[in-house]
Ligand binder design. Structure first.
Ligand SMILES: [Zn+2]
Length: 470
């Protein structure tokens, strides 16, 4: 598959920063020996990486530097350029063997005025934020009655009742799921497709309950899409505490809401995937990609999403160099240009490297925040997965030995490599707090624990080196 089809693309958008699982089997890792037991040497190196990461505590310093240099870095923005420059300087300072910025055309969407409140039966301010790619409201905003639904089916059953109204999608992320990413997946179609469904029902706008497991006052932005042949109506997320209040007010009778969004879509602009290599000692043309995305939503500083992932990857190379571990194959760090609102970085990488996809022996993504690492998800199944699981066993020492097999792509950016048969791995972290911060103004450095971030870097370093060495 040369590019993701519409369905696959929708799945990736819906998955947002979580695994974009398609269940196609990956090809086995090339030229791998049939059976390898983790040696005491590997266990020792794993502990060495942990010790160094915790002792010198450089990960948090690097993350602070990123969010200081480029606090706002949505693709297409001036901040994204600052982030690219920062990343290249970091790679050179760490001593990567080759550093390059590969061009990619990215969307250029800007947020503007964001104001909303109920106007009847009484005035109540609503904390809202435009969803990425939304069209603006007409100047001066719109005012209409709202209608609350939990599902698209419910909306369709309403028939003409939504005509001329603002459709309020208020299905919470299910709190019962142990893996919050799964809860996100259960609710996020409201955000991704809410505007399309609202417009099909004759609605004038979509107001979507924020994607979070908690009740908070922060509107959580995120990607949404329009469909050909369906009117484009404005779409915004509303903070969950306000969504609850709005729902309670609706129980008393009709509610009117005013919504004003001043966002705009400018012509696409040029961004870059920032790429750095730690060259392999024996098979330098064979590649293990490790990556995260350099772009971030513009409300906070993207410290968790995905500053942490970028830092995990940069730190991984620094740690490996520091302990003198140069694997046989090349580890290629790819900091993708545009995950949040387009996946253009991932698609451009795959297109630019189509000729060497067969030389990609594995891809690993870290895009679930800088929380305590627990292990990895893996696209492989069967004997190949069992073999890698044994190589990853030393991570048990760091309490990061969980290994989920047959789990799909492991991340949106590497989903394009997964689709081409490259074995894929996703760093798995404790996700209980991720959606407290995800895509909000409070995704900032204060939300990141320095020990957890450092441990994540050590775990990524170990996994990357083992994959590149076996
Ligand atoms: Zn992300």
């Amino acid at each position: 598959m040369v590019v993701l089809g519409v369905v696959a693309m929708a799945a990736v958008l819906a998955a947002g920063c979580r695994s974009a699982a398609t269940d196609e089997p990956s090809r086995p890792i090339a030229a791998a020996p049939v059976d390898v037991e983790p040696s005491t040497e590997l266990a020792k190196r794993c502990l060495e990486l942990e010790k160094l990461a915790l002792e010198d505590n450089a990960a948090i310093v690097t993350l602070r530097a990123l969010v200081t240099a480029a606090p706002r870095r949505l693709a297409g923005s001036p901040g994204m350029k600052s982030a690219e420059n920062w990343a290249m300087e970091q790679m050179l300072a760490i001593g990567f063997d080759r550093v390059v910025a590969e061009p990619v055309m990215v969307p250029n969407w800007r947020r503007g005025t964001e104001v909303s409140a109920t106007t009847s039966p009484r005035a109540m301010p609503l904390r809202v934020t435009a969803l990425g790619s939304s069209v603006p409201t007409p100047a001066g905003g719109i005012e209409a009655e709202i209608i609350e639904v939990r599902t698209f089916e419910q909306l369709r059953e309403l028939g003409d009742a939504a005509k001329g109204k603002i459709v309020f999608f208020n299905r919470p992320m299910p709190r019962i799921f142990r893996r919050t990413g799964r809860a996100y997946g259960a609710a996020v179609p409201q955000r991704t497709n809410g505007a399309v469904e609202a417009a099909k029902a004759g609605g004038v706008a979509a107001l979507v309950r924020s994607m979070t497991t908690t009740i908070d006052e922060h509107p959580h932005t995120g990607a949404m899409r329009y469909a050909d042949g369906v009117a484009k109506v404005p779409a915004a997320a509303v903070a969950t505490v306000d969504a609850e209040a709005l729902s309670a007010m609706l129980k008393e009778g009709p509610v009117r809401v005013r919504l004003e969004l001043g966002c705009e879509t400018l012509p696409d602009t040029q961004g870059h995937n920032v790429i750095g290599e730690y060259r392999g000692s024996e098979r330098p043309d064979e590649i293990v990609v490790i990556g995260g995305h350099l772009d971030a939503w513009d409300l906070g500083t993207g410290a968790h999403d995905d500053g942490a992932g970028c830092v995990h990857c940069l730190e991984a190379i620094r740690l490996l160099k520091a302990i003198g571990w140069r694997p046989k194959r090349t580890i290629r760090v790819v900091l993708f240009a545009n995950e949040e609102n387009g996946l253009r970085g991932a698609r451009a990488y795959a297109a630019a490297h189509e000729g060497e996809i067969k030389k990609h022996v594995a891809a690993l993504e870290t895009d679930s925040g800088g929380f305590r690492p627990m292990g990895f998800s893996c696209s492989l199944r069967g004997a190949e997965a069992d073999r890698i699981e044994r190589l990853f066993e030393p991570l048990d020492q760091l309490h990061a030995g969980m290994f989920l097999k047959g789990a799909g792509a492991g991340g949106a950016d590497i989903s394009v490599l997964h689709a081409r048969g490259v074995p894929c791995f996703g760093l798995w972290v404790d996700g209980n707090r991720y959606f407290d911060y995800h895509h909000t103004a409070v995704d900032d450095l204060a939300a990141v624990n320095e020990r957890e971030l450092a441990l994540g870097a050590a775990v990524v370093a170990y996994a990357a080196a083992v994959l590149a060495d076996q």
